[in-house]
Write a protein of this length. Structure first.
Length: 475
């Protein structure tokens, strides 16, 4: 059995990057130390402090357009890197790489909508004789800490908005997947952005905390676990703004009139895409008992038929978990649920120390880990209901709240339930993991803070400045 987590050689050595599927070493990456962090921040701050150094909007647009061309020319290379270091099946890695290109294009389009507004001044006598308007200015140096599960598209969502609005950005990728980020930043520099305006910091956790909590940071963007995100927010320097994107345990409610043939493949995709390592992955499925047997048979058959294996293989649908220790954790949670009364209808065991079989559990206890915590693995749980009100209570019972879904042919039912579910988004007749990159994307409660999405992040990384002109009347 190979390593259980990211390896670091020596006290200030290198990070060893391995393929999640088989532990093969892909690369060794130098780690930044505390002194490097100071230098990185100094360079970012120096460029921004000299406002003459902020690239004009026209130049930023030109750079982003060149970046689109460069990324489009190496989509296959990027997809292979995503699959190798992140374990995402190559068929899905290609989709991610294409989405990332589209994300840069969205940022270019978003600049046309990122403007100020006129403030009416003559609403009272106090404002008479004055004209006021606002402009949006870059907020300052941005630090982005990212996650492993979408190692290119998440980076684009955190870095490209900063470039677009004129903020210097420092990105700290996940230590399991730094190579895709490094390749992307290399392309950013090739496109013409000065190096000090987009820097990569691969480092250990204490060094990352030093970077994030430095008083020179104007905006902190985080994608990852709630425990880490909320902790770092509590440590931010006064004045540092932030956006946090964590995870959930997404609920799905299936009424008795749902089209089973339609919903099953959607829920299989939403629950087992990237081995369930998605923050809005389908996890808890509440099914009306009148159709539960029919739904369960169709769903279990589809899940059992998923092809699990090497993500580089074009036929693979479910790849490895990011680390062997995650396979161990998922196995412990599933075993505990079964011990307490759940039934494994598919899977329920590891295929190797790096692969866990796509699993369907039935009737897990309400207080089981699989029912209350984000599993972040290839496991969904089924729960029958007779009373929709009780199902809604159970769906809303957790401290996490992100995206959810409802399946029904009755529009009134769907819209009524959309009002009652505690979620930032309710998908009707679609899976919980649906997303396009221009829509708002936000976790509620402990699932996050602020709103993601290219244009929403661009707004976060700017601030309004008002100018008031008092008219001078000469006699």
């Amino acid at each position: 059995m190979k390593g259980r987590g990211p390896k670091i050689l020596g006290e200030t050595g290198k990070l060893i990057v391995e393929q999640p599927f088989d532990g093969e070493v892909i690369a060794e990456v130098p780690l930044a130390g505390e002194g490097d962090v100071d230098a990185i921040l100094d360079r970012a701050v120096a460029g921004f402090a000299n406002r003459q150094g902020v690239l004009p909007l026209q130049k930023r647009v030109e750079i982003l357009k060149r970046l689109v061309d460069l990324m489009r020319a190496c989509v296959d290379e990027l997809a292979l890197l995503i699959a190798r270091e992140g374990g995402k099946p190559i068929i899905d890695a290609r989709i991610e790489a294409t989405r990332a290109v589209n994300g840069v294009e969205l940022a270019i389009e978003g600049l046309t909508n990122l403007g100020g507004r006129e403030i009416p001044m003559d609403l009272t006598a106090a404002g008479a004789g004055r004209t006021a308007f606002t402009r949006r200015e870059p907020i300052g140096p941005v630090v982005a800490v990212s996650a492993f599960n979408h190692p290119l598209n998440l980076i684009v969502h955190q870095v490209v908005p900063a470039i677009a609005v004129g903020c210097p950005v420092i990105v700290k990728p996940a230590n399991t997947t730094p190579l895709t980020c490094m390749k992307f930043v290399e392309l950013v520099h090739q496109a013409g952005l000065p190096r000090d305006w987009c820097q990569v910091c691969v480092c250990d956790i204490p060094t990352a905390e030093k970077l994030v909590t430095d008083a020179r940071v104007a905006f902190f963007s985080f994608i990852g676990s709630a425990k880490v995100g909320w902790y770092l927010r509590s440590k931010l320097a006064p004045g540092t703004r932030c956006a946090l994107e964590h995870g959930g345990a997404a609920p799905v409610i299936i009424y008795d009139d749902a089209d089973i043939e339609t919903c099953v493949p959607l829920l299989v995709k939403g629950g087992y895409y990237h081995a369930g390592q998605v923050c809005v992955s389908v996890q808890r499925i509440f099914v009306d008992n009148r159709i539960k047997k029919r739904f369960t048979e169709a769903f279990v058959t589809a899940v059992a038929g998923l092809r699990t294996g090497d993500p580089i293989n074009p036929g693979t649908e479910v790849g490895p978990l990011i680390l062997p220790r995650e396979v161990d954790r998922v196995g412990v949670w599933v075993d505990e649920a079964i011990r307490d009364g759940a039934v494994a209808l598919a899977g329920g065991n590891p295929l190797s120390d790096r692969l866990y079989l796509p699993t369907v559990l039935d009737s897990a206890a309400d207080d089981a880990k699989v029912s209350t915590l984000e599993i972040f693995g290839p496991v969904t749980s089924l729960y029958g209901f007779d009373d929709i009100d009780k199902a809604v209570v159970q769906a809303n019972a957790l401290p996490v709240a992100f995206q959810s879904a409802v399946f029904t042919q009755d529009l009134d039912r769907a819209l009524g339930l959309a009002d009652r579910l505690d979620a930032s988004a309710v998908m009707i007749n679609d899976h919980t993991a649906f997303r396009v990159d221009w829509m708002p994307f936000a976790g509620l409660r402990t699932s996050g803070y602020g709103t993601g999405g290219i244009e929403y992040t661009m707004e976060d990384m700017t601030q309004e400045k008002m100018t008031v002109i008092r008219k001078t009347v000469r006699e």
